[in-house]
Design a binder for this molecule. Structure first.
Ligand code: COA
Ligand code: MG
Length: 350
């Protein structure tokens, strides 16, 4: 039976009334309560759209300016692989300067920064330059995550660098999984990120599949449709959804082939990915369209929900609608489509 979670003040009153002999039980209730609140907080953020994540090399001011004019859900100012080793300092200071000057805290688009990986030895300096100004990016992207020690290191460094502000700040964190080990240990990585989030200034919200690094790790070359890493992509979607994270699909590096991009984007959306990485402005519209419900799908979902409600009143849980059997899971899918459509509309109005 579904039970409404109790509000915190009611739980608190019951704890006082019951006395200390049930302290252990109370601890469990509070833990559950924190989890509930966390999930609630989380689910609100789950619908921050990241249909397209556009990489912009952090050292390229012209491209950063260009990104300002684009209607893209999420922009990743890059310190990592899109920036040459001898330009890392330029990227850091250009991003810092940009964050200080522009209003990046507004909801749309979401300005993010991809720092270098923990193992690169450059991550600490990235964080130090990027997070010590007045404006913090709302979201950080952490590449090449493949063990929980890296997450612990990241959480510790972040706390030290953010300092006294650490209790007031909660930045979204997007994790990149780009190796066989990362794919294997993904549940542990997700679990650890959630545990660390309780006391850190980040909140994990999404997983990204780093397809080209994964192929390099596996010693294979990737074909356009990514067939060789199908299992890894499906595993990432499955585990992301189990932890209520978004799942972001691989990049199409052959950026001039727009028909192929459309095909791959639709295929990715059908697999359960919530968005895709892009590298060029011309890719944005195609990708965002593919990860948005079509008007026909929205109509289907609206009609289905109305039919479902009618049948519920008649006491029927399962019924036939347009030649298909409909029950609760289909209702949930329809509700998800409506939610995506609302979110899409909201963003277009920004
Ligand atoms: N972000 C913002 N603007 C971009 C852009 C990007 N990723 N890629 C291209 N543009 C801009 C260009 O600056 C140019 O703007 P302008 O008209 O004001 O001059 C316009 O879009 C057309 O660009 P185009 O000439 O077609 O491409 P390009 O030769 O300048 O760049 C790439 C091609 C692939 C080098 C470039 O798209 C890029 O750097 N992408 C990101 C790569 C990256 O970050 N990789 C790492 C993650 S996988
Ligand atoms: Mg990579």
């Amino acid at each position: 039976m579904f039970r409404m979670p109790l509000p915190m003040n009611v739980i608190g009153a019951r704890i006082m009334w019951s006395g200390s002999f049930i302290e252990a039980h109370c601890q469990r209730v509070l833990k559950h309560c924190r989890l509930y609140l966390h999930t609630d907080f989380h689910s609100k953020r789950f619908y921050t759209p990241r249909r397209a994540i556009l990489y912009v090399p952090g050292d390229d001011e012209r491209k950063i300016r260009k990104a300002l004019s684009l209607k893209v859900d999420c922009i990743a100012l890059d310190c990592e692989d899109g920036v040459a080793s001898n330009r890392k300092n330029v990227a850091r200071s250009t991003i810092r300067h940009f964050l200080d000057k522009e209003c990046v805290s507004q909801q749309f688009p979401e300005w993010t920064v991809r720092v270098n990986s923990v193992d690169s030895g450059m991550c600490e300096e990235d964080l130090r330059v990027i997070l010590t100004g007045p404006q913090k990016p709302p979201t950080l992207l952490l590449p090449k995550v493949d063990c929980i020690k890296q997450l612990q290191w990241f959480a510790d460094k972040l706390s030290v660098i953010i300092g006294d502000e650490r209790n007031k700040i909660k930045m979204n964190l997007i994790l990149f999984i780009e190796s066989a080990k990362g794919i294997m240990d993904l549940p542990k990585i997700c679990q650890k990120s959630i545990e660390l989030a309780e006391k850190s200034c980040f909140l994990p919200v999404a997983l990204v599949i780093g397809s080209d690094d994964l192929c390099a790790d596996l010693g294979i070359s990737r074909s356009d449709d990514g067939y060789e890493i199908l299992y890894a992509r499906q595993r990432l979607v499955l585990i992301a959804k189990a932890f209520s994270f978004q799942a972001v699909d691989m990049v199409d590096i052959n950026y001039k082939d727009l028909p192929a991009l459309k095909k791959h984007s639709i295929a990715g959306a059908r697999m359960g990915f919530t968005g895709k990485q892009v590298i060029h402005p011309n890719q944005v519209r195609i990708v965002q369209d593919a990860f948005s419900p079509t008007p026909e799908k929205v109509q289907w979902a609206t009609d289905l929900i109305a039919a479902f409600n009618e049948h519920q009143l008649k006491g029927k849980g399962a019924f036939v609608y347009k030649d298909s059997m409909i029950d609760m899971p289909l209702l949930r899918q329809a509700q998800h489509i409506i939610q995506l459509a609302k979110m899409d509309k909201h963003n277009m109005q920004q």
